[in-house]
Design a protein around this ligand. Sequence first.
Ligand code: SAH
Length: 212
Amino acid sequence: MDRSEQKMRFFYALRSKGVTDARVLAAMEAVDRGLFVRGLFAERAYEDTPLPIGCGQTISQPSVVALMTQALEISPRDKVLEVGTGSGYQAAILSHLARRVYTVDRHRRLVREAETIFQALDLANITAIVADGSFGLPDQAPFDRIIVTAAAEDPPGPLLAQLRIGGIMVLPVGQSDTVQSLIKVTRHAESFDYEELRPVRFVPLVEGLAQD
Ligand code: SAH
């Protein structure tokens, strides 16, 4: 199968899984997933599957990236926080849709590698930071949108607190590594709305900074 046929199948897979938002599809089209997948796995970059990226982490399945992005309903004025930079792929997609993207990861190596790609692609509206994302980024709060790409048992309190009123947060939650649900949290003036979107499987949100 040649590259253009691979790409056609890739977009067919996205559409068949419910990705219909034209802006999200355009952002997915603008970012080459092949740049974010390393070594041996690069040739599988256009399969709708998660792949290893080092540090025991994975780049998420593209249809899940697209569905999470779609659920965020990002407007071009939004300031977005991503917890879990990983390869940087999700952040690169966000950077095409939002005004400003902050992305944090507990692995210094992943943040450094992602930054190199952001610079090469001239994605100047992304700031990548080494931090424990369960505490958010208090200095940059509030955020219009928050996306968490690692699973916690419950939505972390600091992230709920750093979501602007009217803001949306999308994250996987679950008690175990195998049973998780993607949820969409909307903050109102006096309350939060929780909507369950679909079952998913993410690596766990881990406390503290990693050694590498
Ligand atoms: N969004 C990524 C995939 C992320 S995989 C992509 O597009 O490739 C999940 C990431 O969450 C991993 O890189 C892991 O290191 C990170 N992570 C886990 N717990 C974290 C925490 N407490 N703070 C910040 N990052 C965390």
